[in-house]
Write a protein that binds this ligand. Sequence first.
Ligand SMILES: [Zn+2]
Length: 168
Amino acid sequence: MNCKTCKAALPNLLLDPAAPENSAARAHTAVCSACALELTSLQATLALLDTWQAPAVSPYFDQKLAVRLRELQSAPAAGWFEQLRSRLLFNTGRQFRPMLAAAMALVLIAGGGSVGIATFQHPHSVLASATVNDLQLLDKNAQALQQVDLLLQDDAPAAGSRVSLPQS
Ligand SMILES: [Zn+2]
């Protein structure tokens, strides 16, 4: 076991030091001072957390919460502009990813199909160029993915600024 795998195993070792599956991590912390230091620091953190007392709930918490919920329920619903604004502000572009995946799958299927057709027509001569074609397609796919990533990164702040304009 090296320091990297030991660091990953430290939480388990901390929670159950006597477990047989943690024996490798235990043996490593016995010989490695850096990992032993990490373990003692984690133990100190856990001991500190054990001394923490959760504050008592105030006596009328449930009633206050119910009143607050009723206030929010009776408040007028947010307008469509407010809903659109929040949707644009907190948009991550994640909803476009399934579409992108489907487009890439289509490209791959088309590429695979062209290999089959090419080898059927010219069994020996076209095989190499079909492979080259596929490699070029993959390269283009990687470029397109990079561009889409850049677009998605640019999209979020642009959407925010576009929305904040009509506000002022
Ligand atoms: Zn170590």
